[in-house]
Structure formats: structure tokens, C-alpha cells
Write a protein that binds this ligand. Structure first.
Ligand SMILES: Nc1ncnc2c1ncn2[C@@H]1O[C@H](COP(=O)(O)OP(=O)(O)OP(=O)(O)O)[C@@H](O)[C@H]1O
Ligand SMILES: [Mg+2]
Length: 256
């Protein structure tokens, strides 16, 4: 695993998030390095998904949500008034817990984003569909039936298709919220291997309930408790020699 000091891509400073009166994220500060995998762990309800959603402004869609503090990606403030949220979401793609392909063909799922953003040439789309499916390690399984419904794929294949769909619009960041928790162990391993390959090209932030997964695949791990960052360390260090007693209690299964 890579431990060299990488360049920061996502810079979060004193971020507070409120759902109405509920203070869900408390002065969260962290530097997320580029082209590495950062894992968020912590007990249910500690704010992992909430923080992930702030990174592509999915929280904008939840009424009553308020934030203060700053998040910059590649130096640009993603909450500034000039930011076009659609463009931001193109740059910061998201994969969810339940695979959610559109009820369209495999091809049209991957071509959806590029078409939406103005690519209509058949040869360009063909090329994008192929490279995205190759990067998502799905091409060989689907290349002979691209016109088939995406819903005919297995859950693990659907999840890789969702990754291909996110990749097709040229993101810098991939957010994964428990993207393997609905999958069988073999599909899970495939996605973990895929994430390892993708981190050479993309900055990956993954939420996982599975500490073994965080330990296996991530370069950095962040442990949250009640909306606060308790510890942010190199994964190896966090699991072998945590700084904070609460981290130690959590990873040794004493709570959560
Ligand atoms: N839309 C919402 N409105 C109000 N409160 C919310 C909303 N979404 C989340 N919360 C609350 O914010 C806190 C953090 O929730 P969040 O979903 O980020 O936790 P999590 O760490 O992802 O948990 P899990 O591991 O169960 O997915 C929880 O107390 C939750 O009840
Ligand atoms: Mg969650």
C-alpha cells in the first residue's frame, strides 16, 4: 500500500452540517489525497454518508440542511455561488449501496451521461462505452450483448456498470457509499480489486461498515464518532497502532 505523502485533492475545513436543529457534522477538517483510497468508518449514524454527500452537494437536495465551513476540490470552493452543481457531479461521481442502473440497455446506461453532456457521435460514444466498461472490469462479460437490459445483469455486474456509468463522464473523484454491502463475497472482492486499479486514475472515497474492507483496500482511514473525526491516519497505522482510545475500542469490536 502506498504511504508516500500524496497531493491533497479535497480540502475540508471546519465543516458543520445541520439537519434542522440536529448537528450532524461537527467541525470536520481533513485533507483527502488524490489518487488514493480514503475509507470512512464508524458506527451507524456517525455521519459517514452525510460527509460523503457534501462532496458532490447531494445534501443540497435534502430540505432543511445547512452547512458552514469550506470544501475545496482541486483548489476550487465547491459551495461558491458560481459552481454549477451538474458540472460538479460530473467531476465527483457517486456509487450507492444498492446498484441503481437505469432500466435501459447496458450501452445506454454508460452513454447516458456523455449524451447528456453533449456527446452524440456514435463512434465517440462507442469508444467511451468500451473504455468505461473496460475500466470497470465489465467489458469482457457484456461486450457481446450491449443492447441487453442492464437489469438482466447480476447485482455485482450492475454495480460495476454503475461504476462504468460514473467513469464515462470523466470524473476526478469517485464516492462509494457501502457500494459492496448488497453484494455476495465474490462480487465484493471484484469491486475491491477494481477500486485498487481505479485509484491510479481517480481519487476514491469509500464508506464501509466492513473494517476488513477498509484495512484491505484503503490507503487512509478516517474514524468518525457522533459527527466528529476521531482519527485520520494511514490505514495500516490506524488498524495496528491507533492514536485514540476510542478508535482502538471500535476496531477491536468493543462498540458499534
Ligand atoms: N435527511 C436527514 N434528515 C435528518 N437527519 C438525518 C438525515 N440524514 C441523516 N440524518 C441523521 O444524521 C446522522 C448521520 O447520518 P448518516 O446517514 O450520515 O450516518 P452514517 O454514518 O452514514 O450511518 P450508517 O452507517 O447507518 O449508514 C444520523 O443521526 C442520522 O439520523
Ligand atoms: Mg451511511
Amino acid at each position: 500500500m502506498q504511504t508516500t505523502a500524496a497531493q491533497t485533492l479535497i480540502d475540508i475545513r471546519k465543516l458543520n452540517l445541520y439537519y434542522g436543529n440536529f448537528h450532524a457534522l461537527k467541525s470536520v477538517t481533513m485533507d483527502i489525497p488524490e489518487k488514493a483510497i480514503t475509507a470512512f468508518i464508524g458506527p451507524s449514524g456517525c455521519g459517514k454518508s452525510t460527509l460523503l454527500r457534501t462532496l458532490n452537494r447531494m445534501n443540497d437536495m435534502i430540505p432543511g440542511t445547512r452547512i458552514d465551513g469550506t470544501i475545496t476540490i482541486g483548489g476550487a470552493d465547491i459551495y461558491s455561488k458560481e459552481v454549477d452543481v451538474e458540472t460538479l457531479r460530473k467531476k465527483v461521481g457517486m456509487v450507492f449501496q444498492q446498484p441503481n442502473p437505469f432500466p435501459k440497455s447496458i450501452y445506454d446506461n454508460v452513454a447516458y451521461g456523455p449524451r447528456l453532456h453533449g456527446t452524440h457521435s456514435k463512434s465517440k460514444l462507442d469508444e467511451l462505452v468500451e473504455t468505461s466498461l473496460r475500466q470497470a472490469a465489465l467489458w469482457d462479460e457484456v461486450k457481446d450483448h450491449l443492447k441487453r437490459s442492464a437489469l438482466s445483469l447480476s447485482g455485482g455486474q450492475q454495480q460495476r456498470l454503475c461504476i462504468a456509468r460514473a467513469i464515462a463522464v470523466g470524473p476526478d473523484v469517485l464516492l462509494m457509499d457501502e457500494a459492496t454491502s448488497a453484494l455476495d463475497p465474490i462480487s465484493t472482492l471484484k469491486i475491491e480489486e477494481l477500486a485498487q486499479e481505479l485509484k491510479d486514475k481517480y481519487t476514491i472515497v469509500m464508506v464501509t461498515h466492513n473494517m476488513h474492507q477498509a484495512a484491505r483496500v484503503s490507503n487512509q482511514t478516517v474514524f468518525f464518532l457522533n459527527g466528529e473525526v476521531v482519527e485520520f491516519s494511514d490505514t495500516e497505522k490506524l488498524f495496528s497502532n491507533p492514536r485514540d482510545q476510542r478508535t482502538e475500542d471500535y476496531i477491536s469490536g468493543r462498540f458499534g
